[in-house]
Design a protein around this ligand. Structure first.
Ligand code: SAM
Length: 250
């Protein structure tokens, strides 16, 4: 059984904002889940130089999209496939775009959170429940076809790296608590340590603005955390690995 969202197109000014807010450029691969007439993927290829894939359950819309990509001269970079969005492999995406419904966003959320850290997710109108967007832009849409409000919201999320847990740089512990892109770090032994709360921007654990200087920490693809800046008595380049036990051994 395939569950469906009705077909409503994203207006052009909203499509452009979705691609801009995600900073789409050449080298990006944009996957639009429920791609309708293909406009988001075709625009990403034609105007932003990206490659893309649209997945859509209605065969006639898939055909229209393929035609539209051909007419725009981007058939080699914009592909379309008849497929259920819940069956789609998203691992090649650097950007995922959505114009669905709230409960569809929530059902996709675990797969989106499991994507490569830093992957950008953009949703037209609907949010992700208690995973707050990193940015939201509101646009006037005078000819909006649904709802009373003649406005659209565009939300952006960057998939946060999985940093929850105890990390060790030799004997120096770093305990991280994470809720989506919010984190709290405790550096050094409990009691004697320093702690701060900050925000994850994809792979970067940004310190709070203001207050004593704290390092920027970066999650790397090999699963380590590195101090990208020097601060709090740490040298830049200090590297932590996930602890295998309850404490860091020197
Ligand atoms: C609101 S429209 C958005 C179309 C396009 N992304 C846009 O923004 O203009 C949602 C689209 O998702 C498609 N769709 C709904 N449920 C789907 C599913 N389970 N798998 C694939 N496509 C689906 C619908 O046919 C429709 O074209």
């Amino acid at each position: 059984l395939v569950e469906e969202v009705p077909y409503i197109t994203t207006p052009d000014n909203v499509t452009l904002e979705m691609l801009r807010i995600a900073d789409v450029k050449a080298g990006d691969h944009v996957i639009d889940l429920g791609s309708g007439d293909g406009r988001i993927v075709v625009t990403a290829a034609e105007r932003f130089g990206a490659t893309g894939l649209g997945v859509e359950i209605v065969p006639d819309l898939v055909r229209q999209s393929i035609d539209s990509a051909r007419r725009a001269g981007v058939a080699d970079r914009a592909a379309f496939r008849e497929q259920d969005i819940f069956e789609t492999d998203l691992s090649a995406a650097t950007v995922v775009t959505l114009y669905l419904l709230p409960e569809f966003n929530l059902r996709l959320r675990p797969s989106l959170l499991a994507l490569k850290p830093g992957t950008r997710i953009v949703s037209h109108d609907w949010d992700m429940g208690d995973w707050p967007p990193d940015r939201t832009v509101t646009l006037d849409v005078p000819d909006k076809k649904i709802g009373r409000e003649k406005r659209s919201r565009v939300h952006l999320w960057r998939v946060p790296a999985p940093v929850q847990g105890l990390w060790c740089a030799g004997a120096v512990p770093l305990e991280v608590q994470q809720t989506f892109q919010a984190y709290r770090a405790v550096l050094g032994a409990q009691g004697a340590g320093q702690s701060w709360a900050g925000t994850l921007d994809g792979v970067s654990l940004l310190p709070p603005a203001g207050g004593p200087p704290r390092p920027v920490l970066r999650w790397e693809a090999d699963g380590t955390l590195v101090a990208a800046t020097a601060a709090a008595g740490l040298a830049a380049g200090t590297r932590w690995r996930r602890s295998t036990g309850p404490r860091c051994e020197g």
